[in-house]
Design a protein around this ligand. Structure first.
Ligand SMILES: *Cc1c(COP(=O)(O)O)cnc(C)c1O
Length: 399
């Protein structure tokens, strides 16, 4: 792939009100109109460029949205208060009672809970399938299906979706392909591969400082307008709007994303290779042993690598817990959920972020008790990190 997502972010030029190098922060919930007629037209959606009320849109949120749209190669974007705010808005915009979704069975726990427990109450049914098996995906599509939903790199098993092939299926059956790209910003550009709508939890790599939650929906102008429609739009009416002060701070962090992703990927690749070579059961899409390595490689934007996420199966939850506590005591990282921080974060997904998924289903999808999910940090000295991690593994009997 030769798409240059970071260039697209950097080519956007927004000067602040007084020539500031950062755009001025908009600090208002409501906006004045010079004429009453313009206010009416704005409500009717006929006054481009006018701000009405900040749940609808605001300058700071638009700046961040446009930068993320440039990164993802979509016409535009809408930022939201959290990743779940983006996901729930998109699903409820696209699906009404009697509609059906075909969804990857290995997805973020909150998304799984929403589709499994919440949306059936609104008459929206979901079939969960192994997204890497295109035959199963196609077989699950029925006359009510509206949406094909997946994560480009799945949480927590790091399965890789073949976005081009899924886009072809979506086209064939007239579905919307929605891709959550939270685990692989910059590395994968789903829109180029045929995705209709791209979602991120900004909470993770994109903001990168673990100081806020946030989300974004990237898509066509028509779809984003529909989400924001005053009378019918899911984002407008459900109200998960990002605060404008926060949008300004996320935009500043976004500008260094390319450097951070390169370092996350470099460090994760280093550890994954070492771990695998000493016999640890390691899953990392950058390893040739990963079942979808070739697919990831075919989708990869050069120079960003395979991302910062890897998993190691240490055999049992007790061993996993012991190891994680010891690594935290040695200051190798933090025993915490979430990802994309400068410091390595680790957790056992079976008992934390994926605990919404019933144990039996966890087993079926290969999510074992002893699995540790790592979000590898920006460590300057990854060789030393590796040495101390291996010491910890020896001490708890994993090696
Ligand atoms: C964290 C996460 C979400 C949810 O995002 P929030 O910002 O926590 O609401 C959705 N998808 C993936 C893949 C995530 O990792």
């Amino acid at each position: 792939m030769d798409f240059k997502p970071a260039n697209n972010i950097q080519d956007l030029q927004y000067f602040g009100e007084f020539g500031g190098v950062n755009p001025s922060i908009s600090d208002s919930s409501t906006y004045t109109f010079l004429s009453a007629k313009t206010m009416f037209d704005t409500f009717e959606g006929n006054a481009d460029g006018c701000y009405l009320y900040s749940r609808h849109s605001s300058p700071s949120n638009l700046y961040l949205g446009e930068a993320l749209a440039a990164m993802e190669g979509t016409e535009t974007a809408n930022v939201t208060a959290s990743g779940m705010g983006a996901i729930t808005g998109v699903i409820l915009e696209l699906c009404k009672a009697n509609d059906h979704i075909v969804c990857s069975r290995t997805i973020y726990g909150g998304t799984y809970a929403f589709l499994k427990n919440f949306t059936p109450g609104f008459g929206i049914a979901t079939s969960f399938v192994d997204i890497t098996n295109l035959g199963l995906v196609e077989a699950a599509i029925n006359e009510h299906t509206k949406v094909l939903y997946c994560e480009s790199v799945s949480n927590p098993l790091l399965e890789v979706a073949d976005i081009k092939a899924l886009a072809a299926l979506a086209k064939k059956y007239n579905l919307k392909l929605v891709v959550d790209n939270t685990f692989s910003p910059l590395s994968i550009t789903p829109q180029i591969l045929g995705a209709d709508i791209v979602i991120h939890s900004l909470t993770k790599f994109i903001n990168g400082s673990s100081d806020t939650v946030g989300g974004v929906v990237c898509g066509t102008q028509d779809f984003i307008n529909a989400l924001r429609d005053v009378n019918t739009g899911a984002c407008m009416l459900l109200g998960s709007t990002m605060d404008t002060l926060r949008a300004a701070s996320v935009l500043k962090n976004l500008r260094t994303l390319h450097i951070r992703i390169q370092q996350h990927s470099k460090n994760a690749m280093y550890l994954a290779e070492k771990f695998e070579s000493i016999g640890l059961r390691t899953v990392y899409p950058g390893l040739p042993s990963h079942p979808s390595h070739a697919i990831f490689k075919s989708m990869l934007n050069d120079e960003y690598g395979y991302g910062g996420m890897l998993t190691v199966d240490v055999g049992s939850l007790d061993k996993a817990n012991e190891l994680m506590e010891m690594m935290q005591n040695k200051n190798l990282g933090y025993l915490a959920v979430s990802l994309g921080f400068y410091k390595t974060l680790f957790s056992a997904p079976g008992s934390s972020t994926s605990s919404e998924i019933p144990e039996e289903e966890q087993k079926k999808m290969g999510l074992s008790d002893g699995l540790i999910r790592f979000s590898i940090g920006l460590d300057a000295d990854i060789e030393r990190t590796h040495t101390v991690m291996v010491d910890c593994m020896r001490a708890v009997g994993v090696l």
